[in-house]
Design a protein around this ligand. Structure first.
Ligand code: UD1
Ligand code: UDP
Length: 368
C-alpha cells in the first residue's frame, strides 16, 4: 500500500515536506515523484538540501515548454509512473501544471487523489493556476483546505462536504519549523545589503510576459529603490524581458539569482516590506508580520488580507502604499514582533492533520 506524492515546481516542495514527514511518522509507505517541471538547482535541488525532504524516487525530467507541450509530457510521464506503481492514493500540491496533470492521470486510471491546498480561487480565468485549481478540485477525492473561504468555494462548485478537510497550511508548517534557522543579518550581509531593505519577487505571466506590463514593473522597482535598497531574486520567467528593460540598472536594485529557501525567508523576515506577485510569499509574510504589497488585481488568498499583512496594489497605487508602510516600519524599532492575528490553524500542525486524515481514510478503505 503506497502513497504517491507528485511534486515538480518550487512552491510544491515546502508544501509537501510536512505531509511526507507526517505520513512517515505514522509508518505509511510513500513514494516521491519529481516531475522535473522545475530543474534549475535554485528552483528545485536547493529545497531538497535545506528542507526535511527525502530524495525523489524518480525524476520524470519533463522540463519546460508551452502549456500544451509541458502538460502532454507530464501526462505521458505520470501515466507510466502511476501504472507501474499502482498507488493507493496520489497526493498533489497547489496549482501548478504538474498538479493538474497528476490529477487527470490518476482520475482516469481510477486512483483516488488528495489535493493539498484545495479550494483557493482568484476567479481570474486568465491565470493558468486558476484552471489548474478548478480541474484538480473537480477530480479530487480528498480536499485539504488552508482557509475557510476555500470550503465555501468548493461547496459552491458542488463538492460534497465529506470530502473537504480544513487542516491549516503545510507551507506555514515548513516556515515555522525552519524559523529558528532564519538569520536576516547574515543573509543581508552575504548580499551586501544595508540594514533597511525591501524584498521583491515577480514572476506572474500577467506581470512579466508582456513587455509593456514589465516596463511598468521596472518603474515600480526603481521607484521603490528611492525609499530603500531592493533585493530582487529573479525567477527565470521574465528575466530576459525585465533585464532588457534595465531592471538592474539602478544602484540600489540588487538583482540576484533565485535564493535558497533559508536565505530567502531570512531576507523576508528582516525586510521593511515585500513587493510580490507570488502566492506563497503572501502567506509567509502574513505569518512573519512583514508588510506585503501584492502587485495583482486579485488574490486567491484573501485570508492574508483579512488576517494578515497583505494588500493588493497596482502599479499606480503602490508608491503611496509603500511609502506609508516603510515610514510606519521605520518608526517601529522591533521588526520581529509576532503578528497578533494569523489565519486559523496556521499553527505548524497541518502536515500531521493531513497524515491522520489519510491514515483513517486508508483504514476505512482496507476495511471495505
Ligand atoms: C510555475 C507555475 C506557477 C508558479 C511558479 C513558481 C504553472 C502553470 N505555473 O510557473 O504557478 O507560481 O512555477 O515558481 O505550473 N525555467 C527555467 N528553469 C527552471 C524552470 C523554468 O529557466 O528550472 C524557465 C523556462 O524558460 C520556462 C519558464 O521558466 O519556460 C517558465 O517555467 P514553467 O514551469 O512553465 O512556469 P513558471 O513560470 O515557472
Ligand atoms: N522562494 C524561495 N526563494 C526565492 C523565492 C521564493 O525559496 O527566491 C520560496 C518561498 O517559500 C515561496 C515559494 O518559494 O513561497 C514559492 O514561490 P513562488 O513565488 O515561485 O511560487 P507561487 O507561490 O507564486 O506559486
Amino acid at each position: 500500500m503506497t502513497i504517491l506524492h507528485v511534486t515538480g515546481a518550487r512552491p510544491n516542495f515546502p508544501k509537501a515536506a510536512p505531509v511526507i514527514a507526517g505520513l512517515a511518522e505514522l509508518g505509511i509507505s510513500q513514494r516521491l515523484v519529481h516531475t522535473g517541471q522545475h530543474y534549475d538547482d535554485r528552483l528545485s535541488e536547493v529545497f531538497f538540501r535545506e528542507l526535511d525532504l527525502p530524495r525523489p524516487d524518480v525524476n520524470l525530467g519533463v522540463g519546460s515548454g508551452s502549456h500544451a507541450q509541458q502538460t502532454a509530457a507530464l501526462l505521458t510521464g505520470l501515466e507510466a509512473e502511476v501504472l507501474s506503481t499502482r498507488p493507493e492514493l496520489v497526493i498533489v500540491y497547489g496549482d501548478v501544471n504538474s498538479t493538474m496533470a497528476a490529477t487527470i492521470v490518476s482520475a482516469k486510471l481510477g486512483i483516488p487523489v488528495a489535493h493539498v491546498e484545495a479550494g483557493l480561487r482568484s476567479f481570474d480565468m486568465s491565470m493558468p493556476e486558476e484552471i489548474n485549481r478548478k480541474v484538480t478540485d473537480a477530480l479530487s477525492d480528498l480536499l485539504f483546505v488552508t482557509s475557510p473561504d476555500a470550503i465555501a468555494h468548493l461547496a459552491d462548485e458542488g463538492i460534497p462536504a465529506d470530502r473537504i478537510y480544513f487542516v491549516g497550511n503545510p507551507m506555514i508548517d515548513t516556515l515555522l519549523s525552519q524559523r529558528d534557522q532564519l538569520d536576516s543579518e547574515a543573509a543581508r550581509s552575504r548580499l551586501s545589503l544595508p540594514e533597511d531593505y525591501l524584498v521583491a519577487t515577480l514572476h506572474r505571466p500577467g506581470n512579466v510576459d508582456d513587455p509593456e506590463a514589465a516596463a511598468e514593473l521596472v518603474a515600480v522597482v526603481h521607484g521603490a529603490a528611492a525609499l530603500a535598497d531592493v533585493v530582487l531574486p529573479l525567477h527565470p520567467r521574465g528575466r530576459a524581458t525585465l533585464e532588457a528593460l534595465g531592471i538592474g540598472d539602478h544602484p540600489r536594485v540588487h538583482v540576484v539569482e533565485p535564493l535558497g529557501y533559508l536565505d530567502f525567508m531570512s531576507l523576508v523576515s528582516g525586510a521593511l516590506a515585500v513587493i510580490t506577485d507570488s502566492g506563497g510569499v503572501q502567506e509567509e509574510t502574513t505569518v512573519l508580520g512583514v508588510p506585503c504589497l501584492t502587485l495583482r488585481p486579485n488574490t486567491e488568498r484573501p485570508v492574508t488580507i483579512t488576517h494578515g499583512t497583505n494588500r493588493l496594489v497596482t502599479t499606480r497605487t503602490i508608491g503611496a502604499e509603500l511609502h506609508a508602510q516603510v515610514t510606519a516600519r521605520r518608526s517601529n524599532p522591533d521588526r520581529s514582533t509576532a503578528p497578533a492575528v494569523v489565519p486559523p490553524l496556521w499553527d505548524g500542525q497541518a502536515g500531521a492533520r493531513i497524515a491522520r486524515v489519510i491514515a483513517d481514510w486508508l483504514d476505512h478503505r482496507s476495511a471495505r
